[in-house]
Design a protein around this ligand. Structure first.
Ligand SMILES: Nc1ncnc2c1ncn2[C@@H]1O[C@H](COP(=O)(O)OP(=O)(O)OP(=O)(O)O)[C@@H](O)[C@H]1O
Length: 713
């Protein structure tokens, strides 16, 4: 012990020893010198100075709303206070985060602070990835994951306390958790709930939890100077490059964090910065990058680091060394349009709360400076106080299904913090009905129950069932896994986009992007069997495939295969890529499972080559698709997104004959004008032709059967 503590002063030694005794995780063990160093800095955090006061409030109340400055220690310290306080209960403490990167990084930090290996007493759990064990008592997890746990345990019975962090973001999942926790606390008096945020809209949440106690922490760790532009500029990327150059050439050491709205902006700015500043380590950060590439932001560098990020770096994470933050004041927010079944991603100004969070990424381990690429007047007059709750902007089908499986039949009267817009809610119900997951009365069906428990979007259950009939269940599982990874398997680095597109041609299927994805995955798996580890990296590099994304797909797929084992045991012979029927069966399965996402060639459209069948919304096909030339009459698509231009993404050509028996395509369900005519006569004609053709084939078959053919005739 003396040897370990030889660097500490006597007072520190005493304090450290006292703390180590109070720490039930390692009370009988010696701590590393790093532990004591961290302990020293943790003790100075504003939250730590009020530990006892917090615990007093915690003991007296069941629900506590905590608000405090960014960097004051909420995310890393409060869960530790609660962990030790609740130790005797034998239950776990959960702390939720809206994003995966923040979840894994704060779990790592807290485990380091407590001097325990990550995954033992402190762990994390995000979708398709976890580091937890039997001994885990403090679990950082994404809000989505806790929500899916709640679907089978409405009382949160394995937890003594649930902490919802970054509640000001009001994600759809956090809002639902608030509602479920409110009910659970009335059933389980021993369950505690802590809702934390730097900029909590206290009045709204306090109104929702009338009896809750509030605990406010003031005080910053380090000051952050804020600078505004004197005049606004629309050329935010070039302005940002100018500020980086100025900092790099003129200002003292310290890393830079630059916030831009889109991954396209980020890649463009990164390539310009790399070209002009060889002595700057430029690192992009956005959600579509693989986890390993995201982790690069935490690595040390001999040069000054410049991290160029979207709002994934906005909350909870601390990147040691960041002194300068440059904030473009913009972000992209997907907004769901229930009438068109389309997600619009538009670049829009951030909220004041987000601006504060972004500035708060500096000044965490030393004083910082934040350059805001907008005027002070813009900040004060144009930015809304906080972003609208996710429940008002997102699609709701899977959340409604989850609530139904939990027994909330009348979701319309559910006690939300902010109720969803009725049109979005009704669209969600309609979609679930089309998928067969709820019946005419809105009651969940047996298929709906299974779909709600899948780790992928519930819509995939129909693809699995249809795939089982058509002998391509494994292919549907592969596609569900590909759709569920955040990272695209086809890599298209901007400087080599053209070369990448040529490399991807070897996987391309002219009638289906889904089959192109399968081709790439299967080629990777064959290469894995024959090549060694080093060669496989080169193989992926040459093919412009993201190896880590493919690895993640395989992991997700294997988990799904385990879940769907019984289904797989009952499946027909799996069709193989060299079967004549392979393409057709996959396209047919996709058509019959995603029939509500159909589009037909738009006869009058030049640029917008297609129109969605039921909404009649014109759209182009994404230029990365093998079907972008529009030579197929009918298609199904996976996503309908608009970032100014509406695009259908990941599309497959289908035959309308595969759809004609579905209710969705019967005359009474096709959209009509007020005079009763079909809104899209082309859809109607095409379906009628398909019907005639199918009837003719059936008639021919019947008359063929009627012929009493004898052997040899
Ligand atoms: N990975 C890390 N490396 C270095 N210091 C860290 C790290 N994580 C946290 N810290 C230190 O701990 C402090 C508290 O961090 P914490 O995330 O708990 O604050 P917070 O109040 O939750 O902030 P926010 O609201 O921004 O999430 C930081 O200001 C920083 O000094």
């Amino acid at each position: 012990m003396e040897a370990l503590l030889h660097n500490q002063t006597t007072a520190e030694q005493a304090e450290a020893l006292e703390n180590s005794r109070a720490n039930p995780l390692r009370a009988h063990e010696l701590h590393s010198s790093n532990y004591f160093q961290l302990l020293n800095s943790r003790r100075k955090l504003p939250v730590s100075l009020r530990r006892q006061e917090f615990l007093d409030v915690y003991h007296d109340s069941q629900i506590i709303l905590v608000s405090g400055e960014t960097g004051s220690g909420k995310t890393t310290q409060i869960p530790q206070f609660i962990l030790f306080d609740e130790w005797a209960s034998g239950k776990k403490v959960a702390c939720t985060q809206p994003r995966r990167l923040a979840t894994t990084s704060v779990a790592t930090r807290t485990a380091t602070e407590l001097d325990v290996p990550l995954g033992e007493e402190v762990g994390y759990s995000v979708r398709f990835d976890k580091m937890t064990s039997e001994t885990t008592r403090l679990k950082y997890m994404t809000d989505g994951l806790l929500l899916s746990e709640a679907s089978s345990d409405r009382d949160f019975s394995s937890y003594s306390c649930v902490i919802l962090d970054e509640a000001h973001e009001r994600t759809l999942n956090t809002d639902l958790l608030m509602a479920l926790l409110k009910m659970a606390t009335s059933r389980r008096p021993s369950l505690k709930v802590v809702i934390m945020s730097a900029t909590l809209n206290i009045d709204k949440i306090r109104g929702y939890f009338p009896g809750a106690a509030t605990f406010e922490i003031s005080g910053k760790v380090h000051p952050v100077q804020i600078h505004y532009l004197s005049q606004s500029t629309p050329r935010y990327c070039y302005c940002a490059i100018g500020v980086v150059k100025h900092i790099h050439k003129m200002m003292p050491e310290g890393d830079i964090l630059l916030f831009l709205p889109t991954s396209g902006d980020i890649e463009m700015v990164c390539s310009i910065l790399r070209h002009h500043h060889k002595d700057l380590t430029v690192i992009p950060l956005y959600s579509a990058l693989s986890r390993a590439r995201q982790q690069e932001i935490f690595k040390e560098s001999i040069f000054r680091k410049c991290i160029v990020a979207t709002n994934v770096a906005e909350t909870s994470i601390t990147i040691d060394g960041i002194v300068y933050v440059i904030d473009s004041g913009l972000e992209i927010r997907p907004v769901y349009n229930p009438r068109l079944r389309m997600s619009t991603v538009l670049t829009s100004p951030i909220s004041k709360a987000s601006a504060k969070q972004r500035a708060g990424r500096a000044g965490r381990t030393r004083p910082g400076i934040c350059f805001r690429l907008y005027t002070e007047e813009t900040h004060n007059t144009c930015f809304i106080p906080s972003a609208p709750p996710g429940i008002l902007e997102g699609e709701l089908a899977s959340q409604i299904l989850l609530l139904k499986v939990m027994g909330f039949d009348s979701v319309g009267t559910f006690d939300f913090v902010d109720p969803p817009h009725p049109e979005v809610y009704l669209r969600g119900l309609q979609d679930l009905h089309s998928m067969g997951y709820i019946d005419d009365k809105g009651t969940i069906t047996p298929n709906g129950r299974v779909a709600a428990r899948l780790s992928v979007h519930p819509k995939w259950l129909n693809a699995f069932l249809e795939g089982q009939k058509n002998g391509c269940l494994r292919e549907m599982i592969d596609l569900a896994a590909i759709a569920s990874t955040q990272h695209p398997i086809f890599s298209r680095p901007p400087p080599a986009r053209f070369v990448a597109d040529i490399a991807h041609q070897r996987f391309a299927c002219p009638s289906s992007d889904h089959i192109s994805q399968l081709n790439a995955l299967h080629a990777y798996e064959s290469a894995m069997k024959t090549e060694n580890r080093l060669r496989i990296n080169q193989w992926c590099f040459d093919a412009f495939l993201d190896r880590r994304a493919l690895g993640e797909v395989v992991r997700i797929r294997d988990q799904l295969v385990t879940t769907l084992q019984t289904m797989l045991n009952n499946t027909k012979e799996i069709c193989a890529p060299d079967d004549v029927e392979y393409d057709t069966q996959i396209r047919k399965t996709l058509a019959r499972s995603f029939f509500y996402q159909c589009a037909i060639k738009n006869s009058g459209g030049n640029y917008y080559l297609y129109k969605t069948v039921h909404e009649g919304q014109p759209a182009g096909i994404h230029p990365e698709s093998a079907l972008c030339w529009g030579n197929k009459e009918w298609i199904v698509y996976s996503e309908f997104v608009s970032s100014g231009t509406p695009y259908l993404q990941t599309v497959t050509a289908v035959d309308p004959a595969w759809l004609i028996d579905l209710d969705f395509f019967q005359d009474e369900n096709l959209p009509k004008t007020v005079t009763g005519d079909f809104k899209q006569p082309r859809v109607k004609t095409s379906l009628d032709k398909a019907r005639e053709k199918t009837n003719k084939v059936e008639e021919d078959l019947i008359s063929f059967e009627k012929l009493d053919l004898k052997d040899g005739e």
